[in-house]
Design a binder for this molecule. Structure first.
Ligand code: PBG
Length: 382
């Protein structure tokens, strides 16, 4: 016992003195006294200047704006951006969304103005999200295929005002569900195949109104094939499907649910949206959707899931869209409002990172602002 204590005391005393270093062994290390201007790593060139000999110097390809632009690997243009637009008919007011500064619930007239503004800046695609009054919400969400409903009306108005705009709609029951879920709820469960019947009616309704693409965001199994058949059976073979293939059960959707008043009435969406811990599962979803006839695949949310964009990009050749979602928008806005970050620089960098990860299309609430910034910077010729 005594010896152990003595040994410990000796050990800790030794720790107080500077650790001994191994003796210098080579002429090279002996000559290395960088603080005295003797640095074995730095030679002298023929002009007597410091020279660290090396054949590859990657900085040569970054030396000027001209060279950097010559070797740039990825490009971001307004045409890659899709602008989501929230719409409502509760009043004639454009209603700001508190958790998404700069975004509003638009009236149908101001929605058309938004589409025109985007088109003038080179943003050519738009996706509509309706806020539906509570008295129209039911478990079966039948309002979702009402031809007189807000979305078909909105689609027709957009296409009439801007025939060249690509108008997309969201396919899911949640804005119309009194349960706040993307599908029909029976015995506390979100039922798959009955929900698909409603989704098919919703997609055909939007196609009849003139939608260019429908975007199923519901995550029911087998809905892409069913939607393709439903559309084709009525002759809508040129209406495309952008499938939210890898949609995660994410906390980043919070501000969107504020915008549409569509928070789940009970529980969460984990029995249909994916577990954020899983990556391989996204490949299963993506390959199924591609096989069922999706025209594009979507990953959502965006930045925290760029690894999923890349993994899908590597195995599927159809275009990939990624959704820079409401929570991501809100975080940038909050940081910018505090003066802590440079909003414009952060947004343009973020959107470029989506492209580098492999996204062809980026859904972002910043679409129109980013296009304006790109135009201002002379980065884009419209
Ligand atoms: C609805 C839907 C959601 C989003 C797009 N479509 C919300 C959800 O699944 O709860 C989120 C978009 C965003 O957060 O910006 N099916």
């Amino acid at each position: 016992m005594k010896t152990v204590i003595v040994a410990l005391a000796l050990h800790s005393a030794a720790a107080l003195v500077a650790p001994t270093r191994p003796a210098r062994t080579s002429a090279l290390t002996a000559a290395y006294k960088p603080m005295d201007g003797v640095n074995a790593a730095v030679d002298t060139n023929n002009r007597g200047e410091a020279w660290v000999s090396q054949m590859q110097r990657p900085r040569r390809n970054r030396k000027s704006a001209g060279v950097r632009s010559m070797v740039r690997e990825n490009f971001l243009t307004p045409a890659n951006l899709m602008q989501p637009i929230f719409i409502h008919e509760d009043s004639d007011e454009v209603v700001p969304i508190a958790s998404m500064p700069g975004q509003s619930r638009h009236t149908l007239d101001s929605m058309v103005e938004q589409v025109k503004k985007g088109m003038a800046l080179g943003v050519k695609s738009f996706i509509l999200f309706p806020k539906v009054p509570d008295d129209l919400k039911t478990n079966f969400a039948d309002e979702c295929y009402n031809p007189e409903g807000i979305v078909p009306k909105a689609v027709a108005m957009c296409k009439a005002a801007c025939p060249d705009a690509t108008i997309c709609t969201d396919i899911a029951l949640d804005p119309y569900s009194d349960q706040g879920h993307d599908g029909i709820v029976l015995d506390g469960k979100i039922v798959n195949d009955q929900t698909i019947e409603q989704l098919c009616k919703q997609a055909v309704c939007h196609a009849r109104a003139g939608a260019d693409f429908v975007g199923p965001s519901d995550m029911m199994d087998g809905r892409i094939g069913a939607l393709r058949l439903a559309l084709d059976a009525e002759g809508w073979t040129d209406v495309g499907i952008i499938s939210y293939s890898a949609k995660y059960a994410s906390a980043f959707y919070g501000p969107f649910r504020d915008a549409l008043d569509s928070h789940p009435g009970f529980g969460d969406k984990k029995t249909y949206q994916q577990d954020p811990a899983n990556g391989r599962e996204a490949i299963i979803e993506a390959t199924l959707d591609a096989a069922e006839g999706a025209d594009m695949l979507m990953v959502k949310p965006g930045v925290p899931y760029l690894d999923i964009v890349r993994r899908i990009r590597d195995v599927v050749d159809i275009p990939i869209a990624a959704y820079h979602v409401s929570g991501e928008y809100a975080m940038i806005k909050a940081g910018a409002e505090k003066g802590w970050i440079d909003e414009k620089a952060i947004v343009l960098e973020t959107l470029m990172c989506f492209r580098r990860a492999g996204a062809d299309v980026i859904l972002t609430y910043y679409a129109t602002d980013a296009a304006q910034w790109m135009v201002d910077e002379g980065e884009v010729c419209l």
